[in-house]
Design a protein around this ligand. Structure first.
Ligand SMILES: NC(=O)c1ccc[n+]([C@@H]2O[C@H](COP(=O)([O-])OP(=O)(O)OC[C@H]3O[C@@H](n4cnc5c(N)ncnc54)[C@H](O)[C@@H]3O)[C@@H](O)[C@H]2O)c1
Length: 390
């Protein structure tokens, strides 16, 4: 595979990471963006990363940063850049019309075997490839940030992807180095919102919105919600939401509200923060004041409102929906992908024993919150998921 030529399109945060691990694997890479200044900045970031690894002796025996960087060239002309390329990984901004245009330019100008893999987090792969002229040679390839450190890569099969496309992209991704251990490739069998890992974790936000809004109505201080999480979460729900960014959380929730269920719609508290421009860590204020660095709320008092076990139950329910919809082949893939992408265990390990009790908890939670999406699905209630192919 390493004799294959790869084009990485979009020299931003993700494109840099994807290009870096690709040249480290020995692929010849052309890094493409729309302006010299963007592609130069991306190239400089990659070089900085490679030089750091060289200084730590992590490039391999006798391999220099210059040797690795020699595998990377820059371009701002997509049509000519893809002329002799085998695999394209697209990491441009998250806009459907731009992604579709890029896919068409690739198929119109690349060789007849060229494969186009999109790193989109939220767009339909089927839609991206639909009008490019060769939808069978389009698939998804979803990396996690930062690419050199996060082990997971999801390979997404669109409604039109051919088996050959999926095989070639899987072979490409398998050999990309990862600084935290062996890369894990999860095959996503259906092009559904959130793919596997983002989807698995998404509905916890429905619960969090209810916790935040209920705390606000009852005048419960945010510290007490952090107190509920105690030492079970490295960052409690409020600090974590501030850290992720209120705007990011709101955009994600709106996306799932449109694509999965209106129960995902952002709650009153997050909407108010968003309107006020208090977006969390990035603006210095959200639930907490971040102007002096990461806040350290007093967790000694509990609100008795947020229960982390509910979150585990919600994840198990969503994992079962992923299985019911045929997005993953079995529960082990989901658990392993969550560990490789989020560094936390998936829900099935504990869920195999707890599903009956957790189902009851979710029935109560759905009644209390009025959010039907939280009600347990049949596969969770029956425990039959444990018998499905791993
Ligand atoms: N940031 C993340 O954590 C993350 C994680 C997984 C997937 N993604 C996805 O990866 C993609 C890129 O995200 P990012 O965070 O790297 O964005 P970014 O804004 O850092 O980079 C996007 C780059 O694409 C370039 N670009 C725009 N139009 C282009 C075109 N027509 N041709 C070539 N280049 C073009 C921009 O100039 C920019 O350099 C998005 O689809 C995003 O959803 C992001």
């Amino acid at each position: 595979m390493a004799d294959k030529k790869v084009a990485v399109i979009g020299a931003g945060l993700m494109g840099n990471g994807i290009a870096q691990v690709s040249i480290m694997a020995g692929y010849n890479v052309v890094l493409v963006d729309i302006k010299d200044e963007f592609v130069d900045k991306g190239y400089a970031n990659i070089e900085q990363g490679i030089k750091k690894l060289e200084a730590k002796g992590k490039l391999g025996e006798g391999v220099t940063a210059a040797d690795v960087m020699a595998k990377c060239v820059k371009s701002i002309d997509l049509a000519s850049a893809v002329k002799d390329v085998d695999i394209v990984v697209e990491a441009v901004i998250e806009k459907m019309d731009i992604k579709k245009q890029v896919a068409k330019t690739v198929m119109d100008n690349g060789p007849s075997h060229i494969i186009f893999a999109s790193n989109t987090s939220t767009m339909s792969i089927t839609e991206i490839g639909k009008d490019c002229g060769a939808p069978d040679r389009v698939c998804g390839l979803h990396f996690f940030n930062p690419v050199p450190l996060m082990r997971l890569v999801e390979v997404i099969r669109s409604a039109d992807s051919s088996d050959e496309t999926i095989n070639i992209i899987t072979e490409y991704a398998k050999v990309l180095p990862c600084l935290r251990g062996k890369r894990y490739i999860a095959e996503v069998l259906k092009d559904r919102p959130g793919f596997i890992v983002n989807r698995l974790n998404a509905p916890a936000q429905i619960y969090m919105n209810w916790v935040f809004d209920t705390a606000a109505e009852r005048g419960i201080p945010w510290e007490h919600i952090e107190g509920d999480a105690g030492s079970l979460m490295p960052m409690g729900p409020c600090v974590l939401t501030d850290y992720v960014g209120i705007d990011t959380a709101v955009h994600t929730q709106r996306y799932y509200a449109e694509t999965l269920s209106s129960d995902f719609a952002p709650g009153k508290v997050l909407t108010k923060f968003m309107e006020e421009g208090n977006l969390g860590a990035k603006t210095g204020k959200g639930f907490f004041d971040w102007s002096q660095g990461r806040p350290n709320p007093d967790k000694s008092v509990k609100a008795g409102l947020f229960n982390i076990e509910n979150t585990m139950a919600i994840l198990l329910n969503e994992g079962c929906r992923i299985l019911e919809e045929g997005i993953a082949s079995g529960f082990k893939v989901i658990d392993d992908a969550n560990m490789a992408g989020m560094n936390t265990p998936g829900p099935f390990g504990a869920g195999k024993k707890q599903y009956a009790r957790w189902s009851e908890m979710l029935e109560k939670l759905a009644d209390e919150t009025g959010k039907e999406y939280l009600r347990p699905c049949e596969l969770m209630k029956s425990g039959e998921f444990a018998k499905m192919r791993k």
